[in-house]
Design a protein around this ligand. Sequence first.
Ligand code: NAD
Length: 374
Amino acid sequence: MPVVGTFDLALVGTGGIAAIHAEAVAGLGGRARVVAAVDVDWDRLLAFGQRFAVPRLYRDVDAMLASEEPDLVHLCTPPGLHAEQAITCLRRNVAVLCEKPPALSLAQLDEISAAAATTGSPFATVFQHRFGSGGLALRRLCAEGAFGRPLTAVCHTLWYRPDDYFAVPWRGRWDIEGGGPTMGHGIHQMDLLLAVLGPWREVVAVAARQARPTATEDLSCAIVTFDSGAVATVVNSLLSPRETSYLRFDFEEATVELTHLYGYGDRDWRVTGAPGREDLLAEVWAAQPSGQGSGHGAQLAHVLDALAAGAPPPVTPDEARPTMELVAAVYASAFTARPVRRGEIGPGSPFYDRMDGVGPPWAVAAVDAPGGGA
Ligand SMILES: NC(=O)c1ccc[n+]([C@@H]2O[C@H](COP(=O)([O-])OP(=O)(O)OC[C@H]3O[C@@H](n4cnc5c(N)ncnc54)[C@H](O)[C@@H]3O)[C@@H](O)[C@H]2O)c1
């Protein structure tokens, strides 16, 4: 693993998000290079290879690993492939940076975790919103108690996806995407919420399929209580024409808000001090490091730093698990109409093996069923 040299990276899956990864690599100024790419779609792979000047192209992960020795493999494939491809790489002693969600279920995530522990090769999940300057500052200040106790929070992922977004064969299906906006979209905001507020304790949730041609939900609403006593309301929607990603933290002495859509910069944060504390808290916020947005490049820099230092790259399986467990608990609460506590969903629970557990309360039409072309 290069401490000062260039990292050799391989990208698996060359669709939409892989281009963001390749651009993030290019933005690192020679610290890393993409030496290989993999896709089952040859035309897409060729176009990607040309666009990003990738020297070697492969049709599957095994063929790539038989010929290459990358320092890190980026998994940019649909979620249903992540666990199998990650474990294949880990068993070849290759480090993995995997797109969210890291797996389809807690059971799969635990298998990945076990493979990483057994082989000693690290696995990290892309949760890029942890790594912008504002997110890092808020996590630090909250841990230090700079704003007092957290009391309540709002975590809204109000996005819009028209019906034709689900024409891609893997979208809207439990067996390939693992869930709707709770698992696939709001997971970013929920991950940052948890990174700031720490361990969650209990969730009460409702999920619905209001309008989209999916087997998964297109809306979920949850109330999450944290070990600290803070209570957050969480909404994940793909039905909201005026889109926004909105996080709000009300501490004893300040409100901290983040309003953006798919990525934030310094200007997307707003800190409002409690009466009499306005200037002081604005000064505390202004004194924090700034200038780094929340994109893939921000996280990749941290991942390479950790690999160079021989440390576990973020976000580790242990760090990602509370977020995945919260997603599972939102479904479990919504589909069984009862509160779910952290730690409750383990082996033996249907929600441990599949995010849809006992099945959603809405009818899944034949067209939406696995293989039905939803
Ligand atoms: N972090 C983020 O902000 C963010 C944003 C969008 C998507 N994502 C995640 O990235 C992943 C991919 O999403 P996308 O929008 O790029 O999907 P996509 O459909 O555009 O691309 C997926 C690619 O994987 C390829 N593929 C399929 N099976 C393969 C296999 N067995 N081996 C190699 N390649 C294979 C497909 O041909 C396709 O080119 C998903 O997990 C998604 O949730 C993350």
